[in-house]
Ligand binder design. Structure first.
Ligand code: DAH
Length: 349
């Protein structure tokens, strides 16, 4: 037995010298002190010994077991420390390396255009309103002089939520009626309202069943005329498209304005000479507008003999597309960062 133990010791010392990895530790533990290890083996035959011999064999095998366990544990610690040190050395941070660039966000281009418009109108004394997207037929159509059965409803067919009275608003013009009723025919109004609208439309590069409009309404007792609207639209166009652009009105028709106009801005890309952006016309159509129809004023609680007003409404995406040279409206609703990055906010840099 003694001889066996001596041999085990010699083997163990030799094995320990060659150990390098944590797997080697696992193996050496199994070989010596594991369930079937050679030291454990020693105690297995003890039942055949005499009590005297058993006592001595027990002492000796305990001794060698403790010896082996200590040695193996020490070696394990040594190896773990070596692995840790190597890792620390390898992973040391080189502070002279350039920092990793963290991509930062930028304001949404559509929000930017809306904010620009809000800033301009607030500077002219307008309030910014918010209206519900789920709207009543009354506000979206009836109070805007578009009674049930009116053919103008076809072009603004929308999503009906409950029966035919609750719908997703097809135009932010609905907020005109809300704001006028809120002021009970007593106070002048200057408001704009940016917001989402919904309507049946072919979804293509320039149309979407869901888009953003910016509505404007001014009501006052003073002699408000089309030239006030013209001046206001001129300020808007210059703010969005540059100081040197000019504007024009073309006759149009809306049920809630009389007279109604279509407002154009001279093409900022070709300065009115004609180019692909303006389809060679030299002009870009921006909004619908007009003098608030007397029926609308009356239905919304304003006496048309005393009050007058103008209104306008335009698509925010269309303005952003023209301004930033975006040729597909779907880009605004697409979460693909590669596409969003295309209109890389040059002036934000
Ligand atoms: N609501 C109209 C549309 O969606 C746009 C519009 C035209 C708004 C004339 C107005 C307006 O306020 O006066 O096509």
């Amino acid at each position: 037995m003694k001889e066996k133990i001596e041999n085990i010791k010699l083997d163990l010392d030799k094995d320990l010298e060659n150990i390098k990895t944590t797997q080697d530790i696992v193996d050496i533990k199994a070989k010596y002190i594991g369930k079937n290890g050679c030291i454990t083996e020693l105690t297995k035959n003890m039942k055949d010994l005499s009590p005297e011999e058993r006592k001595e064999a027990g002492m000796l095998s305990n001794e060698i077991k403790n010896y082996a366990t200590d040695k193996i544990n020490n070696k394990e610690e040594e190896i773990n420390n070596a692995i840790l040190n190597e890792k620390l050395n390898k992973e040391a941070i080189d502070i002279t390396l350039p920092a990793t660039e963290i991509p930062t966000g930028a304001p949404n281009i559509l929000e930017k255009v809306i904010e620009e418009v809000e800033d301009l109108f607030m500077s002219m004394g307008y309030d910014v309103y918010d209206g519900p997207e789920v709207e009543e037929d009354k506000y979206n159509f009836e109070l805007l002089n578009i009674p049930k059965g009116h053919p103008a409803r076809d072009a603004q067919d929308t999503f009906y939520i409950e029966g035919n009275e609750i719908l997703l608003r097809s135009q932010t013009s609905a907020v005109q009626a809300r704001v006028m009723l809120e002021h009970e025919g007593k106070e002048p109004i200057r408001m704009i309202c940016p917001g989402r609208t919904y309507r049946r439309d072919e979804d293509d590069a320039t149309h979407s069943h869901n888009f953003t409009q910016i509505e404007g309404l001014l009501v006052d007792k003073k002699d408000i005329s089309l030239s006030d609207l013209k001046g206001t639209f001129d300020a808007l166009a210059k703010k969005l498209f540059g100081e040197d652009c000019v504007t024009r009105f073309r006759p149009s028709y809306y049920q809630f304005t009389e007279p109604s106009v279509e407002t154009d801005v001279s093409c900022f890309a070709c300065k009115g000479k004609g180019c692909p952006l303006c389809k060679n016309t030299g002009w870009l159509t921006i909004s619908g507008a007009g003098m608030v129809h007397p029926n609308v004023l009356k239905m919304c609680g304003y006496d048309p003999n005393v009050w007058k007003g103008f209104a306008f409404g335009f698509g925010a995406e269309r303005c952003a597309m023209l301004k930033y040279g975006i040729n597909d409206i779907r880009t605004f609703y697409n979460a693909d960062l590669r596409e969003v990055g295309i209109f890389d906010r040059k002036e934000d840099k």
